[in-house]
Design a protein around this ligand. Structure first.
Ligand code: KG4
Ligand code: ZN
Length: 356
C-alpha cells in the first residue's frame, strides 16, 4: 500500500511517498526559507504564494522519485492543521482536487502527529537508503513523544495508534521559536536552531545561568522568559539598559560573547524539555521514546537525552525531523491501516489551530 503525503503548513512545500507505513520511497521538499531570511522569520503571505508555485512540481517530483504513477498510489494524506491558514489551504485544496481527479481516498492528517510518525520509517528504497539514516525498529507502545518545533513544544503519551494523551505543552513560545528569536537578538541567520547550535560550538554553555521558567502544569513548558533573559544579558554586557534597541545589539557584541550566550541559551532551552521528558519517562514507564519536529535535529538534544534517559533512542534522520511530506505519508498509511475515517474531498477544511 502506497500513500502520497502532502505538507504545506509552514514554509516547506513537501510531498513524499511511503509504502506500508515503514518504507520511504520519496521525500521531495522545497523550502521558501531563503525568501524569509531577510525578515528573520516566516512571512505567511510569502510562504503561501511560494506553495502555489511549488506544489505541483514538488508532487510530480515525489511521484517520479518513488517511481510511481497515479495508478500505484492507494491514498492521499494531507496536513489540514495545525499551521498557517493560507499555507494549509494550498495543500488541502491541491489534495482535494487530486483525490477527485484520480479517484483516491483522502485522509486529513495532523501535522504534529506526523512529526511523531516520521520515527516509524525503518526502510528506504535503494536510491534513498544511502541518504537517510533510519532507526532499525519501529517504536513500540506505550510510547512517549516529545515534539519540539518552530510551532510546537509538546509531550504526548501514546497507548496505541491514535490513542494518546497530551501531557503538557508550551504556555507561550515554542522552543524552535525561542531559538529563532535568540538568533535574531544575536544577529545569527534564520532558522535559529542550527545557527545557534553552530555559534554555541565555540561558546561556554556555563557562561550564563539563564533561568529555567517555572510553570504551573507539571509537563508544561515556557520559553518566553529565557528568551527575554538573553535580551537583558546582551544589553547588560554592552553597558545598556532594557531600552536599548535589540536590532542594534548584534553590531555591539563580540563573536565570543555571542558564542557564550548561544551556548548558554541552548543548554537551558534543551535542558527544559529534557527535564520533563525524563520526569514523564519515570512516571509512565513507556517502552519507547521518540522525538519529532525541527528541533529534534539538534545534536545537543540528542546528546542530553542519551545521557539522561535509561533507554536508548534510535533517532531518525534530521531530514525527517523538519517539515516533510514523508512523515504525513507515513501517518496516512497508519490512518488507512487502522480504518480511520476518510475525508470528504468536496468538503475538507483547514484547521489552523488543530491541537493534539
Ligand atoms: O518542524 P519544523 O521544520 O517546522 C515547524 O513545524 O515549526 O521546525 C522548525 C524549527 C525552527 O524553529 C528551527 O530553528 C528549528 O526547528 N531547527 C533546529 C534545527 N533545525 C531546525 N533547532 C535545533 N537544531 C537544529 N539542527
Ligand atoms: Zn513541523
Amino acid at each position: 500500500m502506497k500513500v502520497l503525503g502532502i505538507e504545506t503548513s509552514c514554509d516547506e512545500t513537501a510531498a513524499g511517498v511511503v509504502e506500508d507505513g515503514r518504507r520511504l520511497l520519496s521525500n521531495a521538499v522545497l523550502s521558501s526559507m531563503d525568501l524569509h531570511k531577510a525578515y528573520g522569520g516566516v512571512v505567511p503571505e510569502i510562504a503561501a504564494r511560494s506553495h502555489i508555485e511549488a506544489i505541483n512540481p514538488v508532487i510530480n517530483q515525489s511521484l517520479e522519485a518513488a517511481q510511481c504513477t497515479w495508478e500505484d498510489i492507494d491514498a492521499i494524506a494531507v496536513t489540514y492543521g495545525a499551521g498557517l491558514g493560507g499555507c494549509l489551504l494550498v495543500g488541502v485544496l491541491t489534495a482535494r482536487t487530486l483525490a477527485l481527479i484520480h479517484n483516491k481516498p483522502l485522509y486529513a492528517s495532523n501535522h504534529v502527529e506526523g512529526h511523531v510518525y516520521a520515527n516509524f520509517l525503518t526502510e528506504a528504497s535503494p536510491t534513498l537508503s544511502a541518504l537517510y539514516a533510519l532507526p532499525s525498529t519501529i517504536p513500540s507502545f506505550p510510547m512517549l513523544g516529545l515534539i519540539v518545533s518552530g510551532g510546537h513544544s509538546q509531550l504526548v503519551l501514546w497507548k496505541d495508534h491514535f490513542d494518546y494523551r497530551l501531557l503538557g505543552q508550551t504556555v507561550d513560545d515554542a522552543i524552535g521559536e525561542a531559538f529563532d528569536k535568540v538568533a535574531k537578538i544575536l544577529g545569527l541567520p534564520y532558522p535559529g536552531g542550527p545557527s545557534v547550535a553552530q555559534a554555541a560550538k565555540s561558546g561556554n554553555p556555563l557562561a550564563y545561568d539563564f533561568p529555567k521558567a517555572k510553570v504551573a502544569g507539571k509537563y508544561d513548558f515556557s520559553f518566553s522568559g529565557p528568551k527575554t533573559a538573553v535580551l537583558r544579558a546582551a544589553q547588560a554586557l554592552i553597558g545598556q539598559d532594557h531600552s536599548f534597541p535589540s536590532h542594534q545589539l548584534p553590531g555591539r557584541l563580540s563573536e565570543a560573547q555571542k558564542a557564550d550566550i548561544a551556548a548558554s541559551f541552548q543548554r537551558i532551552a534543551i535542558e527544559t524539555v529534557v527535564d520533563k521528558t525524563v520526569m514523564a519517562y519515570r512516571e509512565f514507564g513507556p517502552v519507547s521514546v521518540v522525538i519529532g519536529g525541527g528541533v529534534a535535529a539538534s545534536p545537543e538534544l540528542r546528546r542530553q537525552l542519551a545521557e539522561r534517559l535509561p533507554i536508548q533512542i534510535e533517532y531518525t534522520d534530521p531530514k525527517l525531523c523538519t517539515d516533510n511530506g514523508a512523515m504525513i505519508a507515513t501517518l496516512g498509511c497508519y490512518q488507512v491501516m487502522h480504518g480511520r475515517a476518510q475525508a470528504n474531498p468536496m468538503e475538507l477544511d483547514i484547521q489552523p489551530n488543530l491541537s493534539m
